[in-house]
Design a protein around this ligand. Structure first.
Ligand SMILES: *Cc1c(COP(=O)(O)O)cnc(C)c1O
Length: 224
């Protein structure tokens, strides 16, 4: 399938989910996750009209950035080792995986601008997942005010890999509750308006539950 055809299908599904609950489709950003595919295929995504690309490893990011540069808005969605921060910073617009103080400290130190970050939350509590425990999110974000180069634009999560739609929905709903709690604080360093949640198999649920950024790989650009 061409990226263009996949993109069309996904937009249609996003529109349907929006209609179902009365949301505006313009409020949803579709990030094409290109981690499985070549730079060629990533360019095809750009040609199809996608302008947000997501990568989860430094190597993949650099490879694609070399070809595409700032024609795309770049999202770093993978877990991030502190020692790689200085190498990713010149190439990313958003980091979706801020989950610890040592990482925040390193981003703050290496950045020459304010970096837009999503704080990653492990809502489902699975051992295998990165992210903060829900109870830690508010105190963690409060402390980030001491880092002038970090701005918390939203929260990110990954739903558990289960077939049970209700469990997935509950995960997304819980992230939104935490987001609302942070927003209510009206912290200048943490506008926290965005919700990065939903992937190929669950983006329709995420949209219904308030996602502003959906991250789609397999169903959009494929697996190569
Ligand atoms: C790979 C990945 C995605 C996309 O997954 P698909 O199921 O292929 O759509 C989204 N978010 C993160 C953090 C990922 O690592």
């Amino acid at each position: 399938m061409t990226v263009q055809a996949n993109f069309h299908d996904i937009k249609t599904q996003v529109e349907q989910s929006c209609k179902k609950i009365g949301r505006n489709k313009e409020d949803i950003t579709i990030i094409a996750v290109t981690k499985y595919v070549t730079a060629e295929r990533a360019k095809e995504a750009l040609d199809a009209g996608l302008c947000h690309l997501g990568e989860n490893r430094l190597e993949g990011l650099l490879e694609k950035y070399e070809e595409i540069g700032n024609r795309a808005t770049w999202h770093f969605i993978g877990s991030l080792q502190s020692r790689k921060v200085k190498d990713i910073l010149p190439h990313v617009d958003y980091i979706h995986s801020l989950d610890r103080d040592s990482l925040a400290k390193e981003i703050n130190k290496r950045a020459d601008r304010q970096v837009s970050c999503f704080v990653q939350v492990n809502v489902s509590g699975e051992q295998s997942k990165h992210g903060l425990d829900p109870s830690q999110v508010v105190p963690f974000i409060e402390k980030l005010k001491t880092y002038p180069n970090i701005i918390v634009v939203g929260l990110m999560t990954m739903a558990p890999l289960v077939d049970n739609e209700e469990i997935v929905r509950k995960t997304f709903r819980q992230l939104k509750h935490i987001r609302d709690e942070v927003m209510d604080k009206q912290w200048a360093h943490a506008p926290c308006r965005y919700l990065s949640m939903g992937m190929s198999n669950d983006f329709h649920i995420a949209v219904e539950e308030g996602a502003t950024h959906i991250r789609i790989g397999t169903k959009l650009v494929g697996l190569n």
